[in-house]
Design a protein around this ligand. Structure first.
Ligand SMILES: Nc1nc2c(ncn2[C@@H]2O[C@H](COP(=O)(O)OP(=O)(O)OP(=O)(O)O)[C@@H](O)[C@H]2O)c(=O)[nH]1
Ligand SMILES: [Mg+2]
Ligand SMILES: [Zn+2]
Length: 356
């Protein structure tokens, strides 16, 4: 069997890097699944199992430097079971968040064109959570689309209130109301999924991400999902991520549900999510305005005149602070690591001197 890399989303951006680094085309693959550093990669000859080259792991400072689902990589291999990923291509886009419980980045998906933010119509609705997803998606250079799923669980047309609420805060973002039970909205969503483009579904656990993917992918589930079934422990929730190809050639990534959507250093994304607020902050009289009580504060004036929503501004501030804090902590850690490295080298030198 032979595949064209283009079928899996390969394009000009990757080709440029390939030419610069001199990797041959049949040594390039896309990571389609990642489960505790056991990877499945789609090569032009089929799917191989892969691990990471020791050297790649050694030089990695953060998870950002290691392969993630959606990445294009250069590999070498002995056989289908034992490929080794030697390097990761630069990401055209990337969806990442702060890792849960440790100071690091978690790459949710790389090289995604459009990310769906799925919410469930029948659950507690928190717009601030959507803000978070949008900030991370826009920060990664990805196009966001909101899906209000499970609309069958609401009385007729009640989803319109939700849609209005989201639209008022994020007028530039496309919103669809869907239901896998009534079939509502599914055709419209399918229309935007174009061949060769990569889509991913984000959102809390249980909102219907996997159900949506199964609906769209139908019988055309990728080889990867068959492999995963043999290793699954009968749990329905999605733990590892897979790439599926639709009959029309669009690529879908399943991502696990997220309990926490903690900000990485995503200040630009927060700014893009609240573009109107971000633009206003540059009109405050003082450049270091904290928008709390300063005279000539454009934000306070806009809130007073109801030109911007105070709740939206609070969300903006919170996400900005969280992003800045994360960036600071990562910076401190890198510096501490460097200092430690320097100290270790000096100790070694001393030992040599003492010996010699
Ligand atoms: N009524 C209704 N139920 C739905 C709809 N979509 C999904 N469900 C149900 O919701 C439950 C959770 O769906 P999943 O697709 O597993 O959710 P998920 O987002 O992939 O969850 P994680 O993998 O845990 O992140 C399943 O029982 C689905 O059958 C819908 O449109 N309407
Ligand atoms: Mg799932
Ligand atoms: Zn101000």
């Amino acid at each position: 069997m032979h595949f064209e890399l283009e079928q899996f989303g390969y394009g000009f951006f990757q080709e440029q890097h390939r030419l610069e680094s001199g990797v041959s085309r049949d040594k390039i693959a896309r990571v389609v699944s990642d489960s505790r550093e056991k990877y499945l990669i789609q090569t032009s000859h089929g799917i191989y199992r892969a691990t990471i080259a020791g050297k790649l792991r050694h030089v990695a400072e953060t998870r950002r430097d290691l392969p993630a689902v959606g990445d294009w990589v250069a590999f070498t291999c002995a056989d289908h079971e034992n490929a080794v990923i030697d390097s990761v291509f630069p990401r055209r886009t990337n969806l990442e968040r702060s890792a849960v419980g440790k100071l690091d980045i978690q790459i949710i998906a790389a090289n995604v064109d459009t990310a769906f933010v799925v919410i469930s119509a029948d659950r507690d609705f928190r717009i601030n959570r959507i803000d978070r997803y949008l900030a991370l998606i826009l920060n990664g250079g990805i196009n966001p689309v909101v899906l209000i799923n499970k609309c069958d669980l609401l009385a007729d047309g009640d989803w319109r209130d939700l849609e209005m609420h989201i639209f008022r805060r994020h007028p530039a973002v496309e919103i669809f109301a869907t239901s896998l039970v009534s079939g509502m909205g599914l055709e419209e969503v399918r229309q935007i999924m174009k061949a060769g483009q990569t889509f991913c579904f984000t959102g809390s656990s249980g909102v219907g991400k996997s159900s949506l993917i199964n609906h769209f992918a139908g019988e055309h589930l990728f080889e990867t999902s068959q492999i995963s079934q043999t290793t699954s422990r009968g749990c329905h929730t999605t733990t590892s991520r897979h790439l599926h190809m639709l009959p029309n050639g669009a690529l879908l990534l399943d991502t696990p549900g997220m309990r926490e959507v903690a900000m990485s250093d995503a200040e630009n994304g927060v700014g893009a999510t609240f573009a109107e607020i971000e633009a206003l902050t540059s009109e405050c009289r003082f450049t270091d305005c904290t928008h709390t009580n300063e005279p000539g504060c454009a934000i306070l004036a806009a809130i007073a005149s109801a030109a911007i929503d105070e709740n939206a501004f609070n969300s903006y501030q919170k996400l900005k602070r969280e992003s800045a804090r994360f960036e600071q902590k990562m910076h401190d850690r890198r510096r501490a690591d460097k200092n430690f490295g320097k100290m270790a080298r000096e100790v070694l030198k001393m030992k040599k001197i003492l010996k010699g």
